[in-house]
Design a binder for this molecule. Sequence first.
Ligand SMILES: [Zn+2]
Length: 331
Amino acid sequence: MIHSLSRRAFLKTATVAAIATTLPLTLQATTRAQTPATATRNATFYRFKLGTFQLITFSDGILNAPAAAFAGNVTPEQLQAVLRQGYQSEMLTPDCNILYVDTGSNKVLIDSGSGILNGETVGKLVSNLALAGLSPADIDTLIITHAHGDHIGGLTDASGKLVFPNARYHISNTEWSFWTAPTVNLPNFKGGEELKQGFVTVAKQQLGAVKDRVTRFEMNQEIIPGITAIATPGHTPGHVALKITSGDASIIHVADVVHTHTINLWNPSWQPIFDADPEQAAATRQSFLTQIAGDRALMFAYHFPFPGIGHLIPRAAGGFDWEPVQWQFEV
Ligand SMILES: [Zn+2]
């Protein structure tokens, strides 16, 4: 994913207009400053334990996107049936859940949220860190699952400065090489030229901002002790999921292997238009989710309802149901 999109813009163009990413950053920053702050917000972080690791889900806020953007290869009638069953409307508000891991040796953030990209409903990470008593300067390790704006927009502030001044930035070698190449080819992308160019522009800009502090990792490599990269290509070529392990406990961060807990989880073959290669992404989604369900593994999903932690239950008709975990109240 993904961008915040008005339904009108979506219907008008029949593909998704990349409104957010194609605006100059300075213009968006100005717009933000002129908008009054929301009067009241819920505290949006959730602490939990994994072995000896202390974890926190931080909300970066919610995106706005038409449900049809997650189901590019099915009929409106098929989509309507799922939305009705899932108590959802034609406009979805996907969460952006950012996982913080304190391993005892490292203070890790996985992705950075949208920052000043994608409008007013996102970009809440830094203020939510403060609510939990953390400063961006505390973060020593920032792992990038993939180079889309809702995951790397928050690497920089409105002036282009790094938000996390003391972090090393870890990204897969495949993802880095893909987006920083002189020519970025996305021959199978179905989201339209404007969205494609928006993705490329944001990736080049944000990866460029951290280029002097980047460590590239290979697939299946342990990035830092306790966190291992898992190749999950399709959404982007170098997209990774992460396995986080402490003692006997583990959780699989699936990033954008699956975007919705209804449309794409019930129907892994339904294709979001945000995917670099929709066929490959669908194959990855089916096989990786099948493995997670088979292992009865604990799963973390970036775009599922906050705090994004749960298990998969295979459905009789294919696909999976999402079973959120109960909150830990004593951590
Ligand atoms: Zn995303």
